[in-house]
Structure formats: C-alpha cells, structure tokens
Design a binder for this molecule. Structure first.
Ligand code: PLP
Length: 330
C-alpha cells in the first residue's frame, strides 16, 4: 500500500518549491542551505497542516462526518488551517482553544473568526484537552463529528509528510541535489513521524532532524517515543514493518528557551536574519525557533562545509502579527 490508497481531499498547492538560502549560508560560513517552502502550501496562508489535512479531511468525508473538532493554543496555525479546510468541504468546525475569551482578535485568531470557526475557550489548557467533551456534546446534538488531534498528529495526518518525502525525492532527483540533512520544527510529532516513514519507504539516506519546540506536559509520554509510535503505526497502516528504533528519532531538545510561545533572543535573531538576508518571514513559535536551532548547530560545526542541509519552512506567518511586541524587542 502507499499514500494513494487512502482517501484524500485536495487542499494544497503542491509541489512546494525548493529554494537556495545563499546569503544565509554565506553569512554563517555554513554548508549549502536549501529551504522547502511548505509555508506556500496554499491553504489559508499555507503551512504544514495542509498536507496532513488532505488525509484527515479525506477520512472525515469518507466516514460521512459533518463536523470537525480540533484544538490548540489561541494562536494555533493548525486550528486556522483546519477551519479553512472545513469551510472548503462544507463541514462545521469547532476549536477548543487555550486561554480566555480575548478582546483583541489578531493573527490566527482573527482568521479563525473570519472562517466561521466555533471557538470554545479552555482556560490554561492549550493542547486541545477540551476536544473530547466537545465531541460528546456535539454527538448529543445529533452531529457527526470527526476528531482531529492536537496538531493533526496521528497516523492519518502523518501520511501527508510521507507523501511530502516522495515529492522531495522527485525534486532532488530532477535538480540533481544530494541532500545530507533535513531539518524542521517538531512539536506534536506528525510531521516528524511522516518524514521518518517517508525516508524509510523511499530509501532516502539523508538524516532527518527535528528541533523540539515544546516541553511535554507532566504525564505525557516522552516526545521521541510519541513520534516513534505515530511513525510505526503509520508504517503498519501502509502494510510495512513497524521497525523504527529509538535511534531513528533524531531530536534536538536544547532550543525551547523559556517555554512554548515565549520568544527569546535566538528566535528574534533567526527571524531578523531570514527577513534581512533572504526576504523570508519565519514565525515566532515554530520556524523561528527551529531556524535558531539550526543556526546554532551550524555555528557549533555539526554540519560540514560539504553538507547540503534542507530546512522545511512549515509556515506560521500569521502568528507574527499577534507576537509583534515580542518580535520587535531588541
Ligand atoms: C508553523 C508550524 N511549524 C511546525 C509545526 C510542528 O509540526 P508538528 O506539530 O507536526 O510537529 C507546527 C505545529 O503546529 C506549526 O504550526
């Protein structure tokens, strides 16, 4: 079996381009740097969730659901893209968002509202903990809700990134690029799991490196284990051997600073470098942090001059507006 055997609801503008980050590479005296522009996937300002949602919404439609339920932080990119995908396929969208009702709608929250998402505020729970109650409530109201976990990270969503590896493989072959490393933000694990499974299935030899964004909550399973579980279940769904080992999950957890969504100097530097050298906007929570991690790894000499390192720009741009003050701090 491969990804084409699963229901899929088209949403993305694919394939996304690969660009050279020549000025950044020169500035850092680093390896050849490439960027895969998954911020340009085309659904409601783009981002990595487009690829996952093609398979999640495909499954929702196949199951005859009329509503989707998901959740996340108030500035969740995943929620914004889910709301847009729901609009496109005529589904009602309910979001369990962390925080209190806000007076000022900015960034992703503004877009959620424009997309007619029904917002349920969850106080200090920001990982969509309220989704389960919401599912039950909607069922009692006669709706047929489809459950999308935090970040869209489950074996169905991760198929999007298995397929992304096939897309990347074709581009690398066409453009005669020999990649040594692929680097990206890893937060709820679905992107990481899909990239690992894709590399396994399509026999890609480069190293797949996640930069951890978010600490695990007390009681949650360790993040590398969580990623491996999603990945192995994805392999099972694809009728492959679930043989990914702990060593296969490469995760740098040193870049979480003061915590999730707290913008520090490394994120500010990364955002300004990419804007000033390449004309590219990163986001303050995910890609800014992952890029800061990659820059640090370059400075520490983890990559050699002969390496070719590809950074997945996984989107998140709309959050920049909600974090303006933190990003502007000098
Ligand atoms: C912009 C952006 N990049 C990266 C990620 C991390 O992807 P994943 O949750 O699949 O680990 C997210 C997750 O919400 C995101 O919004």
């Amino acid at each position: 079996m491969n990804t084409h055997d699963f229901p899929r609801a088209p949403l993305g503008f694919l394939p996304t381009p690969i660009i050279e980050l020549t000025a950044l590479s020169k500035h850092l005296s680093g390896p050849r740097l490439l960027m895969k522009r998954d911020d340009q996937t085309g659904l409601a300002f783009g981002g990595n969730k487009t690829r996952k949602l093609e398979f999640l919404i495909g499954e929702a439609i196949q199951q005859g659901c009329d509503t989707v339920v998901t959740g996340g932080a108030a500035q969740s990119n995943h929620c914004r893209q889910t709301a847009a995908a729901a609009v496109k396929y005529g589904l009602e969208c309910h979001l369990a968002l962390g925080g209190e009702p806000q007076a000022d709608y900015q960034g992703n929250l503004l877009l959620d509202d424009l997309l007619n998402a029904k917002i349920h505020w969850e106080g200090n729970l920001r990982k969509g903990e309220g989704m389960f109650l919401l599912m039950e409530k909607l069922k009692t109201e006669g709706k047929k809700p489809y459950f999308i976990p935090y970040g869209g990270s489950n074996p169905t969503g991760s198929l999007g990134y298995v397929e992304a590896v096939r897309e990347l493989r074709d581009q690398l072959e066409e453009q005669q690029i020999s990649l040594t490393h692929s680097v990206f933000a890893s937060s709820s694990g679905g992107t990481h799991a899909g990239l690992l499974v894709g590399a396994r299935i399509y026999k890609q030899l480069y190293r797949t490196i996640g930069i951890g964004i978010d600490k695990r909550a007390p009681g949650e399973d360790p993040f590398d284990e969580h990623i491996r579980n999603i990945a192995n279940q994805t392999l099972i769904n694809l009728k492959q051997n679930p043989d990914l080992t702990p060593e296969d999950v490469i995760l740098y957890n040193d870049y979480m600073g003061e915590g999730y969504g707290i913008v520090g100097d490394p994120e500010r530097e990364a955002i300004r470098l990419l804007a000033g050298l390449e004309g590219i906007f990163l986001d303050p929570v995910y890609t800014g942090r992952a890029m800061a991690g990659m820059i640090d790894l370059i400075r520490k000499g983890v990559f050699s001059k002969d390496d070719t390192v590809l950074f997945w720009h996984t989107g998140g741009g709309p959050a920049l507006f909600a974090y303006a003050e933190e990003v502007l701090l000098v």
